[in-house]
Each structure stands twice: as structure tokens, then as C-alpha cells.
Write a protein that binds this ligand. Sequence first.
Ligand code: F0G
Length: 482
Amino acid sequence: MSKVKFYYGDSVPLEMHKVRIVQKLNLPPIERRLEAMTEAGFNTFLLKNRDVFMDMLTDSGVNAMSDRQQAAMLEADDSYAGSETYTKLENKIEEIFGKKYFLPTHQGRACENIISQAFVTKGSIVPMNYHFTTTKAHIVLNGGTVEEIFEDEALNITSKHPFKGNMNIAKLKDLIETNGAEKIAFVRLEAGTNLIGGQPFAVENMKEVRKVCDEYGLMLVLDASLLADNLYFIKEREENCKDMSIREITREIADLSDLIYFSARKLGCARGGGICTNNEEIYLKMREYITLYEGFLTYGGMSVREMEAITIGLDETMDENMINQGPQFISYMTDQLLNRGVPVVTPAGGLGCHINAMEFVGHIPQSEYPAGALAAALYIVSGVRGMERGTLSEQRDEDGNETLSQMELVRLAMPRRVFTLSQVKYAVDRIAWLYENRHLISGLKFIDEPNVLRFFFGKLSTTTDWPSQLVAKFREDFGESL
Ligand code: F0G
């Protein structure tokens, strides 16, 4: 994506890559889509890919790889211990983040398991700018609690704040003073804060967080899974960083962190994960868990081919023309939806375009999962698969009561370099049509509800026969069209 200005017409994001391998897509008719959604228990996680036209569920493990990544995968050095491929990855981590100890894992949540086992004990508290589902689950599993220390603006759906992922420094200090620093396992900053709409933090804010950590002797942990988007926003929006290269900004952020972990299903556009640090003591505390849960220290559950792809992917992440594709497509989609009056999270963040279900289907009570119902309805009318990020993604409390989410979002992830602009326009068209017909959508209720991470495997049904009415209206307006 370049900063090319168009002479005629509106400027649109211009891809700085060309497509050389394609995968055929299938768009089943709406009647089959309704059938597929019913089979999936109105849970988009349970749809089969063959029934999906645009898979906007996640950007995790589904970003397009580059020719350089594919080529590197062919020369991977397979061995249980001491693989050359591992050494290349370890060196790349040191080159980019300046961290000399690297622990490989099979994906991001594996890092969270290991970090939580090593540093979280019963009663400990982990302050963070916002939680992520798997992060919180691991901390809670180890007896800890999560405290979200965000700025008030973070939960304002429509905002102009450039850094909604910032931590509130006064609240952080207050939390530490109230509970005592010894209770704090570590402070966690999440780049490209996932659950509030892929919103970034500023380097300036991170420096303030670092100061507090130094004052109280606390470890600062960076979840860098969505760092690529955050880097782009820092470069675009933070005055002090305008003249810095992406590499320089990365290094500044890394130097402020004691420990960095990442899902390489996102960062590096492959599949895997890892933890890095310069602190030997921290490293040694975690090392044994890698061999226990992941694999030997030179692969950590990853295939060598994926490690080769991550090494190149991390290198390519340092290229502004690579990392700006996601945010610019998301910004385009967000603007198009805003033009049609659809309520979306602003400013447009990274990761994906986020629809505000609380407003889109404001007539559905939170106890009937408005974001889940909207995600199901959107699939039925378009074949576009999004993800519920609201009450359904929460867990019930100890007494079995619903924990109502602060936000009800449908996330439409934008895997990097995967979709074309015309596909994005198609999605916008169907979302806008659905918005005009939103009164037809009603709620969902569980028919099979797992206790843990229920949004992954839970099955639901509709509170009324609203999907049939939606299909009938679609046929009325679109005729024979898919
Ligand atoms: N941290 C963040 C900020 C994430 O977004 C994710 C995954 C993880 C950790 C866990 O990494 O999936 O490799 O185990 N997010 C995915 C998503 C699942 O769809 O947003 P993982």
C-alpha cells in the first residue's frame, strides 16, 4: 500500500503486491447459507469453510504469505535439536527486538500459558490496557485476576482519539498503591488492543507505563501479536515518531519491554509463537515449561517450515508498505459503512472493521447476544463470516449469571493481503442492506453451553423464526442473485 494520490476520483488503497496464487471461492445461495448457519448452531466458529465466501472470522494463521516466505519454507532445516532454521529465527528476533533469549512456542496462547505458570500465583493481579480472551483464561487458571486500566475513551465506540489502547497511568499507580506491588505479577500492554477494536497505544504512553514499572520494580510484558498494526498507527499518528523508521519504533517499544510475546499466526504472517527477553532470570523461569508443554527449545511445537516463514515474515513486517495494507483496507471499509449510516468503531483500528451491534440491533437485549445474532444474520445474507465479540465471548460468573460485555461488536477481520477491494465493496453492500432491514433480526439462546470459552463450541438457536423472514426479504429485494 503506497501513498499514491489519484488524479481522478477518490483515492483508494493501492496494493503494493501482486497475486500469483489464488484459491477458488464458493458463494452458496442464501437458502444453503441459512441451512449451514442452522447446522453450525448459529455460531460462526462452527461453520465449514466450504460454505463461507469471505472468511473474516480472524486474521490468525490466514494472512497471505509472500513469495519469499514460501521460498524459505523449502529450505527449512529439519532436526529435533539445534536446527539451523531455529538459529535464523533467533537471530532475526535479536536483530529486530534486541532480545538475546528466545523461547519458541506453537502459538500465542502457549506463551500465555507459560508466562502465567511462571509468574502468576493465587491472588496475584495483572494490570493491562485490556484483556484478551485466552490471556485472561490463563491468568485466571493460575489463580490470578485481570485488572483493566484503560482510558475512558477506550470504550467510546465513536471517538477521534488516536490511541484508545493507552493505559491510564493514574489508575495504574492507584491500583498498585491499593494492592501493594508484591501482589502485581506483571503489567501487560497489548499492542493493537484486540477486543476494543484493534486500537493502538502510543510510545509516549508506554514510556509512562515503563516509569511506573521502574518505580515499583515491576516487569512490563508486551503482547506483540498485533504489533504490526500498532506500529503503523504510531508512525501515522504520533508526532514524535513521524521521522522514525518502523525498525526504530519497534526497537524503542522493545527496549521499554522486559518480556515480549507474540502469536506468529498474526505477527509474521505464518503459524507459531514465541517469547523473548534480555533478562536471564526471567528466561530461566520459563525455559523448563517450553520443553514440558511445547517441544524442545529449538522448535517449541512449530514446524521448521513455519519458523522459516516467520523469520521472513518478521523481516517483512519492518516494511511500511507491507504493514499498512490491513489498516488502510479497514479504514476504507469503515468509511464506506459510515457513509451508509452503519454504526462502526472509530477511529478505524487494525485487525478488522468492527460493527457496533449494541446500536445496529439495539432492540435485542444483551442476554440474547445481539452481536452473535448480527454475526449469524450477516453470514446468512452474504456468506461473510465475522466473529462475535460481546457477551457471548464472556464467561458466566461463579453463580452462573451472565457477565454482560462492555461492548457488543461484530468483528470483520481483514487478513493481510487476502481480499480485493471489490470483495470489500460486496461486504459493505450486504452489511448496508442488512442495516436497512435490521428490525427483522432477533436474538439467540444457548441450546448447548460449555463452561469454558463457550463462544468456540457453544450451540445456539434463534428466539423466533427471524432467519426465514430475513431470507424472504432478501429474495424480494435481490431476486435470483446469490
Ligand atoms: N494475544 C492477542 C492480542 C491475540 O489477538 C491472540 C489471538 C492471542 C494473544 C493468542 O494467540 O491465537 O496464536 O494462540 N487472537 C486470535 C484472534 C485468536 O482471532 O483475534 P493464538
